[in-house]
Design a protein around this ligand. Structure first.
Ligand code: SF4
Ligand code: SF4
Ligand code: FES
Length: 234
């Protein structure tokens, strides 16, 4: 089987290179074969090899996939994640998006003793399944034009804490997601479509918008629009 793979050595321009990988069960297996038999400099990231660590996310024909759980097809085009600085071949820098977790306030601020009921638990448990693969970042069109956007997984996790009754400082989290956050999302749903864990960042962002409105915030985009009665006097 032939694969077309983007190469980048960290200095020169990106280029595509074809590799014959034979029969493989997963794309990650193809990566190991290339490294072992074709080019030892080929660089990629992988740890668990079983869809748990999120390290091996790449793009296959423009769609985000985990290399360890994707079965490649003839002539697939493989590229690193979008909107990340590429360090070498498939290896990307992830620090920026981790920093956004902090900016979005996506952590427990102040613990309050409370026993969440089953309904609440269901609402907030799936976001904890996030494997930080960053596929949702790579799929988000807002990040193509605005690198400061907090992005789907940080906002999804911020909602997870803002909706938890054990969080005693929900208002701090809601305040953290107002700038470059909930109101900048286009609600396209690309993040939800690519998540290998079945998380719905788009839905969580909508829920965060509701919490924002209930806390007295409003969509800043509406501030530039006029809803007054049209002038028919001319
Ligand atoms: S729904 Fe929002 S966060 Fe998700 S990909 Fe679209 S713009 Fe980005
Ligand atoms: S929300 Fe889903 S796609 Fe985004 S980083 Fe987490 S697991 Fe990956
Ligand atoms: S190697 Fe861990 S998710 Fe693929």
């Amino acid at each position: 089987m032939k694969l077309e793979i983007m190469r980048f050595d960290g200095k020169r321009v990106e280029r595509y290179e074809e590799f014959e990988v034979g029969r493989v069960a997963t794309l990650l297996e193809a990566f190991y074969r290339i490294k072992e038999f074709e080019d030892p400099t080929f660089t990629f990231e992988a740890e668990c090899r079983s869809g748990i660590c999120g390290a091996c996310a790449v793009r296959v024909n423009g769609k985000e996939r985990l290399a360890c759980s994707h079965t490649p097809m003839e002539n697939d085009r493989i590229e690193p994640l979008e909107y990340h600085e590429v360090q070498r071949d498939m290896l990307v820098r992830r620090e920026d998006s981790f920093e956004k977790l902090t900016k979005a306030g996506a952590y427990l601020h102040r613990y309050e003793r409370s026993v969440p009921d089953t309904k609440e638990e269901r609402k907030t448990e799936i976001q904890s399944d996030c494997i930080l693969c960053e596929s949702c970042y790579s799929a988000c069109p807002v990040l193509a034009i605005d690198g400061s956007f907090l992005g789907p997984f940080a906002l999804s996790r911020a909602y997870r804490y803002a909706a938890d009754s054990r969080e005693g400082a929900k208002e701090e989290i809601v305040a953290s997601v107002q700038n470059s956050g909930v109101w900048d999302c286009t609600l396209c749903g690309e993040c939800t479509a690519v998540c290998p864990q079945g998380i719905d960042p788009k839905g969580d962002i909508l829920a965060l918008r509701t919490l924002s409105l209930q806390s007295g915030y409003s969509d800043p985009n509406f501030a530039t629009l006029s809803f007054s009665t049209p002038d028919f006097s001319f």
